[in-house]
Design a protein around this ligand. Structure first.
Ligand SMILES: O=C(O)C(=O)C[C@]1(C(=O)O)C=C[C@@H](O)C=C1
Length: 362
């Protein structure tokens, strides 16, 4: 068989498989609609991150290849995104403008079928979720180099929203500009944290160039797209939004730079066999009260992954702790632990239990 005939045969086989896939995808969508109508009768949540993880892991375990697992997962994230949106349109709010790391993390994890809507501040993101203007919100909680985003923690004190999922997103910075040569760059814009994360590279490669902090990496890219002689530091995909060139690849000082984002909703997540729980608590003002609260967890062999203290803003010189533990504190087995914690605390609130999040390298 000559090459051309062979190619024709392969393409007609691909088209036949695509038709089969189309039928199967539609059968899946039909089943998802059935699940959706059951959920809407019982007012159940559409987004079930634990079930989604089960679906993705189940497929990855049985993947015979040659399709790489990463590709399989990203295809399926889109199938699940469509499935959720079919059940109920999913509005997702994030700290804008379009093109911030929150935006890219949200799109990669929740897929393109959701309707992503930017907000001007983290407070507006929480408010839109709390008032149910949006089904879901995506917020940055902490960075592996710079620690917690204090404002995100504070907003949990102000709004009664719940954590449904977490996602770890790799933060890699690029130098983006309309210019085609580094020599033409006179000013660099970006978010202060991004500038800090790339400071060694910027000093070595653009010594003496003015570095100007901006509200977000996306806004910096928008400025760089209109002002000649400037550049921005931000996500590589901003090139597509603002027609910019890449003048420096992965310019962050420490390459293993990750941000942990949370998906929040106004409805409590389902209890069950989740792997993590986040909680807020404030201890009584007496010696040993923090130790007593922590002992409640350690007596049950519960591993604590994070403990961060924040000022309790309504009362000066009092503090609240934000903690992550490795178990599902909302499951029935832990009812006595919750009760003991409450007894040892001045204030206690479970923010949600959720599965260990995926690491996305987009
Ligand atoms: O299993 C469910 O609850 C579904 O709604 C189905 C489905 C899916 O398409 O597989 C869709 C959305 C959920 O987040 C989890 C799974």
């Amino acid at each position: 068989m000559d090459q051309e005939t062979n190619l024709k045969r392969i393409r007609s086989e691909i088209s036949r498989l695509d038709q089969e896939l189309l039928q199967i995808l539609n059968r899946r969508a039909g089943l998802s609609l059935e699940v959706g109508s059951i959920k809407s009768q019982s007012k159940d949540n559409v987004f079930k991150p634990f079930r989604e993880k089960e679906v993705l892991n189940g497929l990855a375990q049985k993947n015979p290849g040659p399709l790489p697992d990463e590709h399989l997962r990203s295809i399926y994230r889109e199938i699940l995104s469509s499935s959720r949106s079919l059940q109920q349109p999913q509005k997702v709010v994030y700290l804008g403008p379009e093109g911030t790391f929150s935006y890219f993390a949200g799109v990669e994890y929740l897929g393109h079928s959701a309707k992503f809507t930017p907000k001007n501040s983290l407070e507006d993101v929480f408010r839109a979720v709390d008032t149910r203007e949006a089904e879901l919100g995506i917020i940055p909680l902490e960075n592996s180099m710079q620690g917690s985003v204090g404002q995100s923690l504070d907003m949990f004190l102000k709004f009664e929203v719940f954590i449904h999922a977490e996602v770890f997103f790799r933060i890699s910075h690029f130098l983006l500009s309309r210019e085609t040569e580094m020599g033409a760059i006179k000013k660099i814009y970006s978010h202060p944290l991004a500038l800090q994360q790339c400071s060694t590279w910027l000093r070595a490669n653009l010594p003496g160039v003015e570095v100007i902090p901006d509200e977000s990496t996306a806004r910096a890219a928008s400025r760089a797209s209109t002002e000649p002689g400037t550049a921005a530091v931000g996500h590589q995909k901003l090139t597509k939004f603002y027609e910019l060139n890449v003048l420096g690849n992965s310019i962050e000082d420490i390459p293993d730079n990750w941000t942990r984002f949370l998906v929040i909703s106004a409805h409590p997540p389902e209890a069950g066999n989740r792997e993590k729980t986040s909680l807020l608590f404030s201890v009584l003002d007496r010696p040993g009260s923090l130790v007593s609260a922590l002992e409640v967890l350690s007596r049950k062999g519960i591993n604590m992954r994070k403990l961060e203290s924040r000022p309790l803003r309504a009362e000066k010189w009092r503090y609240v702790f934000f903690a992550d533990v490795e178990c599902d504190l909302t499951a029935g087995d832990y009812a006595s632990v919750l009760k003991d914690l409450e007894d040892n605390c001045y204030y206690m609130r479970v923010l949600g239990s959720y599965p260990h999040g995926p690491q996305i390298l987009a």
